[in-house]
Design a protein around this ligand. Structure first.
Ligand SMILES: NC(=O)c1ccc[n+]([C@@H]2O[C@H](COP(=O)([O-])OP(=O)(O)OC[C@H]3O[C@@H](n4cnc5c(N)ncnc54)[C@H](O)[C@@H]3O)[C@@H](O)[C@H]2O)c1
Ligand SMILES: CC(C)[C@H](C(=O)O)[C@@H](O)C(=O)O
Length: 324
């Protein structure tokens, strides 16, 4: 059966790395029906709306979506798209690769980020010129859904719950206790760490962590921190997983400092496409893409963020050459 893939390149380097991912997917022996739709700053400027209804509906009904990045409008685009597929977990692997200079070459982490609530639940208000507030939402239901996924994902090795329940006793307390309860029910080993201490420990010795389950904002910040340990944001893919559909996107943004130059590192987008292949049941093709990307990371060519001088297209062709 043909998989229907919605493609949302968005702004900035999204317009460069998403086409690279499509080129790699087209080099595989799988039939996809790609449908490209708009979202982001440019479409807002043109139409007044960052996320056209057509885009939201296309994502809500496609088998999977490949997203690039949006600029200033990112929160108006990617958060509703995560909701459109009922994505309750954002899976963010952060690995160091042979051949890539990394601050911590032993890093091999996966963040399982709660993807529906926390400070992203949207209850923010400006009360007066001088006072604004934000209500943080944590529910047992969302924490349980994430924990069930974590128990399946890390059934053998277990996971670490990063939280700040020493201060946010009711919200992170509920999150931590619920996740631990579910781990206990499934007999999956789970320990806990205060998220601020985690930030230090992971820089000093990332090898002590494996799968890290965290609240929404913590997952956002800590995965970017981990990108710094492994060689930069050009390397981190992610999967917004829902019960039936997913949105797959590099962790990075539009990179305005390099956009339009054709030198963006496509690795994060290519590995996001590999996560999408796995989600769609194309395991061997997902593995082939990962292996080809790893080969190019090991032997080059490299884009400038990794110290090389290759273009996005040269790296992409090198990956495709390894696939054939
Ligand atoms: N999911 C999203 O759509 C998303 C995520 C993060 C940021 N943003 C948006 O992107 C814009 C820029 O944000 P930012 O500068 O903080 O973050 P960014 O991720 O765009 O860039 C941070 C740094 O990493 C580098 N970088 C990122 N991806 C790279 C790649 N593939 N290859 C080489 N270098 C890469 C950039 O050149 C820059 O120096 C903002 O408008 C922000 O709102 C969007
Ligand atoms: C742009 C923003 C809404 C988004 C987030 O906070 O989730 C980004 O930082 C990310 O990591 O994908």
């Amino acid at each position: 059966m043909t998989d229907e893939i919605v493609v949302v390149p968005g702004d900035g380097i999204g317009q460069e790395v998403v086409p690279a991912a499509i080129d790699v997917l087209e080099a595989l022996d799988i039939e996809f029906a790609f449908r490209e739709v708009d979202a982001g700053d440019a479409v807002k400027e043109a139409t007044g709306e960052a996320l056209p209804k057509e885009t939201r509906e296309a994502v809500a009904s496609a088998d999977a979506t490949l997203f690039g990045a949006a600029g200033e409008t990112a929160a108006d685009v990617i958060l509703p798209l995560r909701r459109a597929v009922d994505s309750f977990v954002n899976v963010r692997p952060a690995r160091a690769y042979p051949g890539v200079d990394a601050l911590r070459p032993e890093t091999d982490l996966v963040f399982l980020r709660e993807n529906t609530e926390g400070v992203y639940a949207g209850h923010e208000a400006r009360l007066t010129d001088d006072v604004s507030t934000l209500t943080r939402v944590v529910t047992k239901n969302a924490s349980q859904r994430l924990a069930e996924y974590a128990c399946e994902y890390a059934a053998e090795e277990g996971f670490t719950v990063a939280h700040k329940a020493n201060v946010m006793r009711e919200t992170d307390g509920l999150f931590r206790d619920t996740v631990l309860e579910v781990a206990d029910e499934h007999d999956v080993p789970a320990d806990t760490v205060l998220m601020d201490a985690f930030a230090t420990h992971v820089c000093l010795d990332p090898s002590q962590f494996d799968v890290v389950v965290c609240p929404n904002l913590a997952g956002d910040v800590l995965s970017d921190l981990a990108a710094g340990l492994v060689g930069g944001l050009g390397l981190l893919p992610s999967a917004n997983v829902g019960p039936e559909r997913g949105v797959f996107e590099p962790v990075h943004g539009t990179a305005p400092d390099i956009a339009g130059q054709g030198v963006a590192n496509p690795t994060a987008a290519l590995l996001s496409a590999a996560m999408m292949l796995e989600f769609l049941g194309h395991e061997s093709e997902a593995e082939a893409v990962e292996t080809a990307v790893e080969g190019v990371l090991s032997d080059g060519p490299h884009t400038p963020d990794l110290g090389g001088s290759a273009s996005t297209a040269e790296v992409t062709h090198a990956v495709i050459d390894r696939l054939s």
